[in-house]
Design a protein around this ligand. Sequence first.
Ligand code: RP5
Length: 163
Amino acid sequence: MADGDGARVAILMGSANDWEQMKPAADALDALGVVSDARVISAHRTPDRHEKYVKGAEAAGIEVFICGAGFAAHLAGVTAALTPLPVLGVPLDSSALDGIDALLATVQMPGGIPVATFGIGKAGAKNAGLFAGAILAGRDRDVRKKLDEYRAAQTAAVPERPF
Ligand code: RP5
């Protein structure tokens, strides 16, 4: 579930309109048995909500952030500025530039405040969810088991022939 109760991964997005592209992150974490907390938080539209949430997140049990935003996407970078926890950035396709603007804004962090940047849109969100799970799996045997099972099932689902 992405409703926050017992969440270890925060999924932030700049707009409720981003949810369709960001939901695969929550789904991937669900598949690994990891509770996430999906929030609409914009670095420029709701800066106070942003700072309050990020500053309180670690004490609330959050271990990893996934941040998705479109246009001149600065949500992941500002989040990383506010916390030492790992921040995974997902550039979203919401502008006339099809997400290239968000990709460059997210990936081109100046040295010193890192954001691990994923692909544009749903595939990037899915991989960010799986990557967050892999971070937790390093010292959580239950998540590691689920991750191994997820990958084994994915492999088993690939047919030998295309027809
Ligand atoms: C960004 O601006 C959001 O992440 C969203 O992708 C984009 C457009 O937001 P809306 O105008 O659709 O709310 O901050």
